[in-house]
Design a binder for this molecule. Sequence first.
Ligand SMILES: *Cc1c(COP(=O)(O)O)cnc(C)c1O
Length: 242
Amino acid sequence: MSDLVASIRERYLMTLAAIASAAKKAGREPESVKLVVVTKSQPVEIVRAAIEAGAKILGENYAEEGVMKLQSLREFSAVEWHMIGHVQSRKAQLVAANFNLMHSLDSLKLAKRLDRFSGEAGRQLPVLLEFNVGGEESKGGWPAWDEAHWGGLLGDVAEMLALPHLTVRGLMTMPPLGSTADFSRPFFQRLRRLQEFLSRQFPQADFSELSMGTSSDFEAAVEEGATFVRVGTAIVGARNYQ
Ligand SMILES: *Cc1c(COP(=O)(O)O)cnc(C)c1O
């Protein structure tokens, strides 16, 4: 094992252990939480090392960068590739044809395009709906910080549930950046309440997945019900932006 793989493996296993203890603390099964290793802006060699270190799910934010990486790492056929970043309409085809799960579906327009391209590719694309539970202008997702207005989300959600080539699996959020996990906790709780609200409104639909929590706050997210956590820097180190 190279030094790079060994050091990523150590941090990967530490993260898994922290997830397991947060799950136990909340009375949950550790296996109910899946770890997405976020490799955006990391070179292919780091992604390869992450896979060799044990990563089963990789999270990418940019369609072209993600597709380039998954094509160069085709030999690892068991690995899943998840899109976690905002996708522009003109990149919908790349995402529909290549990714295993889209966490960051944030508009009805994009949903319709992904549905069309998934159909053309002969695929069914699993998606999570992204909600903005913090109220920051810069964050993506349907506005959901004001619980009194959740009824206004139902029309779009109903339309997405009816798209034949998308399968809605749950909800995702990226809360405002805070310095502590306890800052993020109320946002995670709000996403969980929204999950309960949508499940009551659409009892036949599946909203069971909750994608929330990053390096700085994934343990709080697990305590609040996350089924996917998206962890980058804590496992693969800082990103080198060119
Ligand atoms: C970058 C990113 C992450 C990972 O953040 P880290 O702080 O590196 O763990 C998780 N989710 C989304 C949507 C991201 O863009």
